[in-house]
Design a binder for this molecule. Structure first.
Ligand code: MLC
Ligand code: AMP
Length: 502
């Protein structure tokens, strides 16, 4: 039986009694124990009637068990669909319906909320809590701890990751086994991960960064992860002397620098700090080196493509750049018509390679808009490549806000704000924020003769939008600035409110 993703990532560690997950309380789960836990879950998944190609959606807290669900999906050929734990019931309903998920795993606290949704959509709902308990855990308990891996090919789908769109509708990015595996192989080599590494893992495991970049690399290297339920600067500082590498979003690094306990001595045993998912300010890079002597290695990727570029391990890690295209990734800078521009000119970033996804689930038109017939994917990022090949991201061609590494699409917020009492129209912009890098602010215009109660509007958003998406501030203006075509000039608003958070 051949299953490239499972065999290389998981099966290769079979029998290894070396640590895989080191938990905050010191408990150690070996590679072998992890695989046995996953195998029991694989029996539970097939026992629930899922067959290869079916979707399993999981909105569950980060835990070793949650990670084992990913392994079990790979082993059974079931498509894994991890979901942000912050999503509201209304948001989750869309993902279950759109993906046609057969089995949905949730935390006990979400069970009541999700029961009618799952019932309406014909999905089976089971509980897997952050402490490893729940009805799904019961289904897996007592099952054999060996499972006959289902055959798959590199072109078979392994995961759906939903990304929001500029129209406000989320799209399921279809990632194949080959997409995930090829990128993980390249990154492991590029960043020199070996079985001696210990990665500090504080990222969520429902996005590319924490799930595929961090976890897959450690699985291929056969090394250990110190595995935390979430970001915790105290734990990072406590455990750093027992680790060799950290992967984080820029907020991790600014928060570490804000802490006087974070010193050069503390980082002595560390060999690598990697940043991505959002722009790392050059000043953060410089301050980090001044404090620790380490140069943060910045890389650039996205849900649809995994990682595209990386600064070098040995060579020059240039602050403010995202480095060079990774081996196997072709990158070009193009004009609005898709014609390649000369080096040094700013344009849209397009990428092609084995890492690039297969398309958006059941959205052929959306796929065709972004994925060219020749295989180049139009990233929506604007960048420039210098004479040495280093890429600098200078902006985005898509209306997107990235807050602490989470993507927020203004359109989704604007649609919700326009529904609020007294609101005639709205525009949502990203403004600089000292902790999250960028944060959304809603600019509202009141209906004639009406007054907008911004507190009530914010409270109303709480029921429909995940907390991290909610605007940090709402301001009411007389009118939105528009150009001669009638288009809202968001750049004017961004300029006007740029210093709202310091
Ligand atoms: C939490 N909150 C956020 C937020 N995270 N608000 C805006 N943006 C965020 N990113 C909310 C909380 O709900 C809380 O609400 C308040 O802000 C303060 O929370 P906190 O305690 O400070 O948050 P914390 O748990 O410490 O989380 C911050 C964080 C986290 C930065 C550590 O957001 C995080 O782990 N981000 C990583 C996201 C990620 O993995 N992105 C990768 C995408 S993959 P209240 O109600 O208390 O005010 C990708 C591809 C690639 O992009 O290239 O990698
Ligand atoms: P996501 O859709 O969550 O995968 O987010 C992908 C987007 O994050 C990219 O299209 C970029 O806009 C942004 N991004 C990722 N890494 C970086 C980086 N190192 N610098 C700037 N932007 C980044």
């Amino acid at each position: 039986m051949i299953n490239p993703l499972y065999d290389r990532l998981f099966g290769a560690n079979a029998g290894a009694q070396t640590p895989f997950l080191i938990l905050p309380d010191g408990q150690v789960i070996t590679h072998d124990a992890f695989l046995r836990m996953a195998a029991r879950m694989a029996h539970a998944i097939t026992g629930a009637g899922l067959v290869p190609g079916d979707r399993l959606a999981a909105q569950i807290a980060k835990s070793p068990q949650a990670l084992a669900v990913y392994a079990a999906c790979a082993q059974t050929g079931v498509i894994f669909l991890p979901l942000n734990t912050a999503y509201t019931g209304a948001e989750i309903a869309y993902f279950i319906e759109n993906s046609g998920a057969k089995l949905v795993l949730c935390d006990a606290t979400r069970h009541t909320d999700l029961t009618p949704i799952a019932g309406r959509l014909g999905a089976r709902l089971e509980v897997l809590n952050g402490d490893g308990t729940g009805s799904f855990a019961d289904m897996a308990a007592g099952q054999p701890d060996i499972f006959a891996t289902v055959s798959r090919s590199a072109d078979d789908l392994a995961a759906f990751l939903y990304t929001s769109g500029t129209t406000g509708r989320s799209k399921g990015a279809m990632l194949t086994q080959g997409n995930l595996l090829s990128n993980a192989e390249v990154l492991t080599t590029h960043w020199r991960f070996t079985r001696d590494d210990v990665l500090l893992h504080q990222l969520p495991i429902f996005h590319t960064h924490g799930l595929f970049v961090a976890t897959n690399v450690c699985l291929i290297a056969g090394c250990a992860m110190r595995f935390y339920p979430g970001f915790d600067v105290n734990a990072l500082i406590r455990d750093m002397p027992q680790a060799t590498a950290l992967m984080g979003v820029p907020t991790f690094y600014t928060r570490l620098l804000d802490d006087p306990r974070f010193t050069r001595d503390l980082t002595e045993g560390m060999r690598l700090f990697i940043s991505g998912s959002a722009p790392l300010l050059a000043e953060t890079h410089v301050s980090f080196e001044a404090r620790t002597g380490h140069r943060i290695l910045e890389r650039y990727g996205m849900t649809e493509t995994n990682m595209n570029t990386s600064n070098p391990y040995d060579g020059d890690r240039r602050a403010g750049t995202v480095g060079l295209p990774l081996p196997g990734v072709e990158l070009k800078i193009t004009d609005a018509n898709g014609v390649e521009l000369p080096r040094g000119e700013i344009g849209q970033i397009e990428v092609r390679g084995p890492n690039v996804f297969k398309g958006y689930w059941q959205m052929p038109e959306k796929t065709a808009e972004e994925l060219r017939a020749d295989g180049f994917f139009i990233t929506g990022d604007l960048g420039v490549q210098d004479a040495d090949g280093y890429v600098t991201i200078v902006g985005r061609n898509k209306d997107l806000i990235i807050s602490g590494g989470f993507n927020i699409y203004p359109k989704e917020l604007e649609l919700a704000l326009d529904e609020a009492t007294g609101v005639l129209e709205s525009a949502v912009i990203g403004v600089p924020h000292p902790d999250f890098g960028e944060t959304p602010v809603g600019v509202l215009v009141a209906r004639p003769g009406m007054v907008v109660d911004t507190d009530a509007v914010l409270a109303g958003l709480g029921a429909v939008l995940a907390r991290y998406k909610q605007p940090r501030a709402l301001v009411v203006v007389d009118a939105l600035p528009r150009n001669t075509m009638g288009k809202v000039q968001k750049n004017v608003l961004r300029e006007r409110f740029a210093r709202m958070f310091g």
